[in-house]
Design a protein around this ligand. Structure first.
Ligand code: ZN
Length: 152
């Protein structure tokens, strides 16, 4: 008997969540919201991890390709220099991907402690729409823009 699968019309849960209207987003229970955000964070973590690995592999391959038996210091062509700059750039990008992973992990730890989504400066809840756009945001927009936390 032919099996009917739902694969013909797959719905990516992350995609669906990202397309959700802000009103609907605000109506989610805290539990639902945090579990959706966790999914986003885990997706980002995977993405940044792959990016970092790929960039590092690229940087490593440049080293291998750039190690001929005879090293020539040809100042006129400057070709070796270009490779070194590309390699530096890849390593720098890999570094920022790893830094992003640290931010993701920090956000996941906050979820475990039940303080996810609170601004680290003014301690007020960060609007959900902002957290959805930037799941590891530490600050609300006002604090991020340098406004002083308001003491009521
Ligand atoms: Zn704030």
């Amino acid at each position: 008997m032919a099996k009917i699968t739902q694969e013909s019309n797959p719905i990516d849960p992350v995609e669906e969540y990202l397309n959700m209207d802000d009103d609907v987003l605000d109506e989610l229970s805290d539990e639902e919201f945090v579990s959706q955000q966790r999914l986003l964070l885990e997706t980002e973590r995977k993405h940044y991890g792959e990016q970092a690995a790929q960039l590092r592999a690229e940087a490593d391959s440049m080293v291998q390709n750039n190690e001929p038996a005879e090293v020539q210091f040809d100042e006129e062509s400057g070709e070796g220099g270009t490779t070194a700059i590309d390699r530096e750039r890849d390593l720098a990008l890999a570094g920022s991907a790893l830094a992003a992973i640290e931010e993701v992990d920090l956000a996941l730890r906050k979820m475990d402690r039940g303080v996810y989504g609170l601004c680290e400066s003014c301690k007020q809840p960060i609007p959900r729409a902002r957290l959805r756009a930037l799941p590891f945001a530490r600050l609300c927009v006002r604090c991020k823009e340098g406004g002083l936390p308001r003491n009521r």
